[in-house]
Every structure is written in structure tokens, then in C-alpha cells.
Design a protein around this ligand. Structure first.
Ligand SMILES: Nc1ncnc2c1ncn2[C@@H]1O[C@H](COP(=O)(O)OP(=O)(O)O)[C@@H](O)[C@H]1O
Ligand SMILES: [Mg+2]
Length: 332
């Protein structure tokens, strides 16, 4: 057993499924994160170890919360001068204190490659002969998994609980009243700049940033900032750069370092988001977690050294000082 496998196997018994933090009120629960509004007006965003695929929570992966929280914080700090974001500080390996925002009800998806497998993916549309996607003209003659002429923003409306998101054009987004044209005009250059920076950094670390999903929120003083997470294996596709060209030429799928591996494992067992999902056994939880750790290490350039304390106790201790406005820290 390699050192990493041993560590991940140890992490199987240290997963955080829900964060029950006394004194902080009822959290707003997403599929992966739990958000607590603090009395000083900031928000505590806890990243649990839950893993979702096809919009369903399937269980937990060892150290996933620490990987995502650490990687998001790393990106937020790196890109803050380029595009403003919600990060204030990191009180725990699985939590961030962030600016409390009103999220825009849109997922800002940016894509650089013609790929995907689901019925709504850009590749499925293209393969059917369609040459327009979310209002973008696509050239003829592209093959699956080839780069698009330039990265494009293909927003999708946030589906209500349990439903799947749908990609739409600018016109449909505006017609649906999800955002104003002023907001879109502000957000588009923000997310494209962030994506360019992400691609550059990934390329330096041997990864291709294929596509990603951003969330944008409005602060109480009216600014638009990036919220939630950024360029993590949950929100993005990453391919290994060194094998990409050869595999493309040989007609093979690129090597994925993201949730794609788990999605394929599920599909091989006949699961595509409907009915009862297969149970994630320890072997598959370790394998999937290993890919998350690999992305963390490739990008940050440092070994992943997880905290090995039972996570709930640690969280409770680390956020104890945030309970009650009199003891909460100032907003940086
Ligand atoms: N700074 C913020 N202010 C307010 N809400 C936020 C902020 N950052 C993230 N959120 C929200 O917190 C939730 C995060 O939970 P998550 O598990 O990632 O959700 P999802 O199931 O939609 O992926 C999302 O609803 C997201 O919009
Ligand atoms: Mg999210």
C-alpha cells in the first residue's frame, strides 16, 4: 500500500457528513456545503466530505472537504487582485469565513473544449449537427474533446432542488428575469478573466482546465464578487496535459482528474441519476479521493497533508470564537 492509500484509508473513518455547530443557528444546506450566517454579518461556509454526482448526494470521500476548502482558498487568494471574491479567512481546514452575499440565480459555466456526455452537453449538441450553443456560433469540423476557438460563457439557470440545470443563451437568461443585462455585462468579463488565469496556472502545472462553473453574489454594498468555490475538481473538469494530444489522435478519451472518474464508475453500474444509486464501497471512495488529492498537489505544488483530528470536534473548537457578535472578528 502506498503512503497516500494508507492515509486515505485512515481518512475513511474521519469524514464529516453534516456539520452540526451549536450556537450558530440552522445552516443553509447545499449538496456539499453548509452555510451559517454569523451575527457580525459574515458567513461561515463549511465544506463537508459529501460527494454528489448527477445532482445527487452519494456518500462521503475521505478528506474531500479539506481538499476543496484548501484549494478554493488557494485560488481565491491567488486571483483576488484580478477578480474580487468572498473570502475573508480560513478558521478551519474545512471552513471559510466569507462575505455574506445574495447569490445570482445563475451558474456561470465557462468552457474551453468541445466535450461532455450528458444529453445537454455541448458535444452532444454539436454531434447532432447543431452549430449554435447558448448563442455562440461554433465552427464546422471540430472533433470531440478538441478546443473551442476561444473559451465561451454558457450560463445555466439554477434548477430548483433535485432538477438538472439547463444551459441558455443571453436572451433567454434575460427573458427569464434571472439577471439584468447590466449584471451580465459586469459578470462576463469577470468570469472570462478568471478562467484565463485559471487556464494559465493549470497549464504551468501540467493540467488542462477544460470547463468550470462559477457562482456570483451581490454584497450588501452592491458589489458583484465570486462566491462558493473556484477551480476545484467538483466545479471543473481537468485533463492531464501530457497525454492529451496522443490520446486525442488515438481516439481515446482524455485522462480526467476530476469527478468524471466517479461518474464513469456509476454509469458502468447502470446509474445515470435516476433511481437508487449504487453504494460507494471503500475502494471506490479511496480511488475517487486520490484524484481530488492529485489535483490539489499538482496545482498548489505542495504535498497534501490533511489534518487527522476528528473533524466535528476540530470544527467546533475552531469556530467557537465566532459564536456571538461581541467575540466575532472584524471583516478584513
Ligand atoms: N458568500 C456567499 N454568500 C451567500 N451564499 C453563498 C456564498 N457562497 C456560497 N453560497 C451558497 O452556499 C451554498 C453552497 O453549498 P453547495 O453545497 O456548494 O451548493 P450546491 O448544492 O448548490 O452545489 C450554495 O447555495 C451557494 O450559492
Ligand atoms: Mg456549490
Amino acid at each position: 500500500m502506498t503512503v497516500r492509500r494508507e492515509l486515505l484509508a485512515r481518512g475513511l473513518g474521519l469524514t464529516l457528513e453534516t456539520a452540526d455547530l451549536p450556537g450558530l443557528g440552522t445552516p443553509q444546506r447545499g449538496k456539499v456545503r453548509e452555510g451559517y450566517r454569523l451575527t457580525d454579518g459574515t458567513r461561515l461556509l463549511v465544506t463537508t466530505d459529501r460527494v454528489s454526482a448527477f445532482d445527487r448526494v452519494l456518500g462521503t470521500l475521505p478528506f474531500k472537504g479539506q481538499v476543496l476548502n484548501g484549494l478554493s482558498a488557494w485560488w481565491f487568494r491567488q486571483t483576488a487582485s484580478l477578480v474580487p471574491n468572498h473570502l475573508i479567512d480560513v478558521p478551519d481546514p474545512q471552513a471559510m469565513r466569507v462575505i455574506d452575499c445574495t447569490p445570482l440565480p445563475v451558474e456561470f459555466v465557462v468552457r474551453a473544449y468541445l466535450t461532455g456526455v450528458t444529453s445537454t452537453s455541448i458535444w452532444t449538441h454539436y454531434a447532432r449537427g447543431e452549430r449554435e450553443f447558448c448563442g455562440h456560433r461554433l465552427p464546422d469540423g471540430l472533433r470531440k474533446n478538441e478546443p473551442l476557438p476561444r473559451p465561451i460563457l454558457t450560463p445555466s439557470t439554477k434548477a430548483s432542488h433535485g432538477a438538472h440545470d439547463v444551459s441558455v443563451s443571453r436572451e433567454r437568461l434575460l427573458a427569464a428575469g434571472a439577471v439584468t443585462s447590466d449584471e451580465l455585462d459586469q459578470v462576463e468579463p469577470m468570469v472570462l478573466a478568471l478562467f484565463e488565469q485559471g487556464r494559465r496556472v493549470c497549464a504551468e502545472r501540467g493540467l488542462l482546465l477544460v470547463d468550470t462553473k462559477y457562482e456570483i453574489g451581490r454584497t450588501t454594498d452592491g458589489r458583484l464578487v465570486v462566491i462558493d468555490e473556484v477551480h476545484t475538481p467538483d466545479s471543473s473538469r481537468f485533463w492531464r496535459a501530457s497525454t492529451y494530444e496522443d490520446r486525442l489522435r488515438a481516439g481515446l478519451e482524455p485522462e480526467s482528474l476530476d469527478k468524471e472518474w466517479l461518474r464513469r464508475w456509476l454509469v458502468e453500474r447502470g446509474y445515470r441519476g435516476e433511481g437508487e444509486p449504487p453504494r460507494l464501497n471503500d475502494e471506490v471512495r479511496i480511488e475517487a479521493a486520490g484524484r481530488y488529492v492529485e489535483v490539489f498537489e499538482a496545482l498548489t505544488g505542495r504535498p497534501f497533508e490533511p489534518d487527522l483530528e476528528p473533524p466535528l470536534e476540530r470544527l467546533r473548537r475552531n469556530v467557537a470564537s465566532l459564536v456571538g457578535s461581541d467575540r466575532a472578528g472584524p471583516v478584513a
